[in-house]
Write a protein that binds this ligand. Structure first.
Ligand SMILES: [Zn+2]
Length: 79
């Protein structure tokens, strides 16, 4: 049986006010360009505009026959 897989594109960014790192879904942080409210300092910033995006990765989830996640792997870096 072929291994079932699912994928999630994530962006890592850093709050420009207090330095707290965040990992968000890229469709939200980058494609949609949504503002993010920092859970630590409470200020709002935009991961797309403020040049605080530090990394973007595709994660691969290896699933069992019931689609339960067994393992997460770094698939590839997205430039
Ligand atoms: Zn902050």
């Amino acid at each position: 049986m072929k291994q079932k897989k699912a994928y999630l594109d994530i962006t890592v960014s850093i709050c420009p006010f207090c330095g707290t790192p965040y990992a968000d879904a890229s469709w939200y942080a980058i494609e949609l360009g949504s503002d993010v409210e920092c859970g630590v300092c409470g200020r709002t910033w935009n991961p797309k505009e403020s040049k605080v995006k530090v990394d973007r990765f595709l994660l691969e989830f290896l699933l069992d026959e019931n689609a339960k996640v067994m393992k997460v792997k770094k698939k590839k870096r997205i430039e």
